[in-house]
Design a protein around this ligand. Structure first.
Ligand code: ADP
Ligand code: MG
Length: 142
Protein backbone atom coordinates (compact mmCIF):
# COMPACT_ATOMS: atom_id res chain seq x y z
CA UNK A 1 0.00 0.00 0.00
CA UNK A 2 1.28 3.41 -0.90
CA UNK A 3 1.51 5.88 1.93
CA UNK A 4 0.74 9.56 1.55
CA UNK A 5 3.31 12.05 2.76
CA UNK A 6 2.63 15.70 3.60
CA UNK A 7 4.77 18.77 3.33
CA UNK A 8 4.42 22.50 3.94
CA UNK A 9 4.88 24.91 1.03
CA UNK A 10 4.93 28.70 1.07
CA UNK A 11 4.64 31.01 -1.91
CA UNK A 12 6.79 33.81 -0.51
CA UNK A 13 5.95 37.55 -0.64
CA UNK A 14 8.18 38.22 -3.69
CA UNK A 15 6.27 35.70 -5.81
CA UNK A 16 2.85 36.80 -4.52
CA UNK A 17 3.78 40.43 -5.27
CA UNK A 18 4.70 39.61 -8.86
CA UNK A 19 1.36 37.77 -9.30
CA UNK A 20 3.06 34.38 -9.82
CA UNK A 21 0.89 32.51 -7.27
CA UNK A 22 -1.47 31.11 -9.93
CA UNK A 23 1.36 29.77 -12.07
CA UNK A 24 3.04 28.20 -9.02
CA UNK A 25 -0.23 26.58 -7.88
CA UNK A 26 -0.66 25.21 -11.44
CA UNK A 27 2.84 23.69 -11.30
CA UNK A 28 2.03 22.12 -7.92
CA UNK A 29 -1.12 20.49 -9.33
CA UNK A 30 0.44 19.48 -12.67
CA UNK A 31 3.22 17.73 -10.75
CA UNK A 32 0.79 15.47 -8.93
CA UNK A 33 0.50 17.09 -5.51
CA UNK A 34 -2.87 17.36 -3.81
CA UNK A 35 -3.47 20.67 -2.05
CA UNK A 36 -5.12 19.72 1.23
CA UNK A 37 -4.92 23.14 2.87
CA UNK A 38 -4.32 26.70 1.70
CA UNK A 39 -4.41 30.16 3.24
CA UNK A 40 -3.17 33.62 2.40
CA UNK A 41 -1.45 35.27 5.35
CA UNK A 42 0.46 38.46 5.94
CA UNK A 43 2.84 37.31 8.69
CA UNK A 44 4.02 39.60 11.43
CA UNK A 45 7.78 39.78 11.98
CA UNK A 46 7.29 37.78 15.17
CA UNK A 47 5.37 35.04 13.33
CA UNK A 48 8.11 34.87 10.67
CA UNK A 49 10.76 34.64 13.41
CA UNK A 50 8.83 31.78 15.01
CA UNK A 51 8.59 29.90 11.74
CA UNK A 52 12.30 30.35 10.95
CA UNK A 53 13.51 29.88 14.55
CA UNK A 54 15.90 27.17 13.30
CA UNK A 55 17.81 29.95 11.51
CA UNK A 56 17.99 32.33 14.50
CA UNK A 57 21.62 33.41 14.82
CA UNK A 58 22.36 33.15 11.10
CA UNK A 59 23.55 36.44 9.56
CA UNK A 60 20.52 36.57 7.25
CA UNK A 61 17.88 35.93 9.98
CA UNK A 62 16.81 39.57 10.43
CA UNK A 63 16.65 40.27 6.72
CA UNK A 64 14.84 36.98 5.99
CA UNK A 65 12.14 37.55 8.60
CA UNK A 66 11.69 41.18 7.50
CA UNK A 67 11.23 39.95 3.91
CA UNK A 68 8.83 37.17 4.95
CA UNK A 69 6.67 39.72 6.78
CA UNK A 70 6.87 42.36 4.02
CA UNK A 71 3.66 41.28 2.30
CA UNK A 72 1.17 38.46 2.00
CA UNK A 73 2.26 34.91 1.32
CA UNK A 74 0.31 31.78 0.40
CA UNK A 75 0.77 28.83 2.75
CA UNK A 76 -0.11 25.39 1.39
CA UNK A 77 -0.34 21.92 2.85
CA UNK A 78 0.64 19.46 0.11
CA UNK A 79 0.15 15.72 -0.06
CA UNK A 80 1.63 13.20 -2.48
CA UNK A 81 2.19 9.46 -2.60
CA UNK A 82 5.45 8.38 -0.97
CA UNK A 83 7.70 11.40 -1.39
CA UNK A 84 5.97 14.76 -1.08
CA UNK A 85 8.85 16.38 0.82
CA UNK A 86 11.62 15.44 -1.64
CA UNK A 87 9.42 15.92 -4.71
CA UNK A 88 8.41 19.43 -3.65
CA UNK A 89 12.02 20.41 -2.91
CA UNK A 90 13.04 19.07 -6.34
CA UNK A 91 10.31 21.13 -8.04
CA UNK A 92 11.39 24.21 -6.02
CA UNK A 93 15.04 23.98 -7.05
CA UNK A 94 18.18 25.04 -5.18
CA UNK A 95 18.00 27.73 -2.47
CA UNK A 96 20.22 29.99 -4.58
CA UNK A 97 18.48 30.38 -7.97
CA UNK A 98 21.93 30.71 -9.56
CA UNK A 99 22.31 26.98 -8.82
CA UNK A 100 18.71 25.98 -9.61
CA UNK A 101 18.01 23.57 -12.46
CA UNK A 102 16.02 24.51 -15.54
CA UNK A 103 12.33 23.90 -15.07
CA UNK A 104 12.36 24.54 -11.32
CA UNK A 105 10.22 27.19 -9.68
CA UNK A 106 13.19 29.03 -8.23
CA UNK A 107 14.98 29.09 -11.60
CA UNK A 108 11.87 30.66 -13.10
CA UNK A 109 10.64 32.99 -10.37
CA UNK A 110 13.35 33.64 -7.74
CA UNK A 111 15.08 37.02 -7.63
CA UNK A 112 18.01 35.94 -5.45
CA UNK A 113 19.10 33.68 -2.61
CA UNK A 114 16.75 35.39 -0.13
CA UNK A 115 13.81 36.40 -2.34
CA UNK A 116 13.56 32.90 -3.77
CA UNK A 117 9.81 32.54 -4.38
CA UNK A 118 8.99 29.40 -2.40
CA UNK A 119 9.59 27.45 0.79
CA UNK A 120 9.47 23.70 1.39
CA UNK A 121 9.97 21.55 4.47
CA UNK A 122 13.23 19.60 4.46
CA UNK A 123 12.39 16.44 6.46
CA UNK A 124 9.55 14.44 8.01
CA UNK A 125 9.81 15.99 11.47
CA UNK A 126 10.16 19.56 10.21
CA UNK A 127 7.22 19.03 7.81
CA UNK A 128 5.04 17.94 10.73
CA UNK A 129 6.12 20.91 12.84
CA UNK A 130 5.72 23.42 9.98
CA UNK A 131 2.26 22.07 9.03
CA UNK A 132 1.13 22.43 12.64
CA UNK A 133 2.54 25.99 12.75
CA UNK A 134 -0.01 27.10 10.15
CA UNK A 135 -2.83 24.53 10.13
CA UNK A 136 -5.04 22.90 12.72
CA UNK A 137 -5.91 19.28 11.94
CA UNK A 138 -9.52 20.12 11.04
CA UNK A 139 -8.32 22.60 8.38
CA UNK A 140 -6.72 19.86 6.26
CA UNK A 141 -8.89 18.11 3.70
CA UNK A 142 -9.26 14.34 4.05
P1 ADP B 1 15.67 26.41 1.83
O1 ADP B 1 14.54 27.43 1.79
O2 ADP B 1 16.10 26.02 0.45
O3 ADP B 1 15.35 25.24 2.71
P2 ADP B 1 17.42 27.36 3.98
O4 ADP B 1 16.55 26.57 4.91
O5 ADP B 1 18.89 27.16 4.03
O6 ADP B 1 16.95 27.16 2.44
O7 ADP B 1 17.17 28.92 4.23
C1 ADP B 1 15.87 29.41 4.48
C2 ADP B 1 15.66 30.65 3.65
O8 ADP B 1 16.56 31.66 4.11
C3 ADP B 1 15.99 30.52 2.16
O9 ADP B 1 14.94 29.97 1.38
C4 ADP B 1 16.26 31.95 1.78
O10 ADP B 1 15.05 32.71 1.62
C5 ADP B 1 16.99 32.46 3.01
N1 ADP B 1 18.45 32.30 2.90
C6 ADP B 1 19.18 31.16 2.96
N2 ADP B 1 20.49 31.39 2.84
C7 ADP B 1 20.62 32.73 2.68
C8 ADP B 1 21.73 33.61 2.51
N3 ADP B 1 22.98 33.15 2.46
N4 ADP B 1 21.47 34.93 2.38
C9 ADP B 1 20.22 35.42 2.45
N5 ADP B 1 19.12 34.65 2.63
C10 ADP B 1 19.31 33.32 2.74
MG1 MG C 1 15.07 25.17 4.75
Amino acid sequence: MKTLQRTLAIIKPDAVHKRASGQIVSLILENGFNIIGVKMLHLTQQQAEGFYAVHAGKPFFGSLTTFMSSGPCVVLALEKEENAIAAWRKLMGATNPANAEEGTIRKRFAEGIERNAVHGSDADDTARWELSYFFAGYELAK
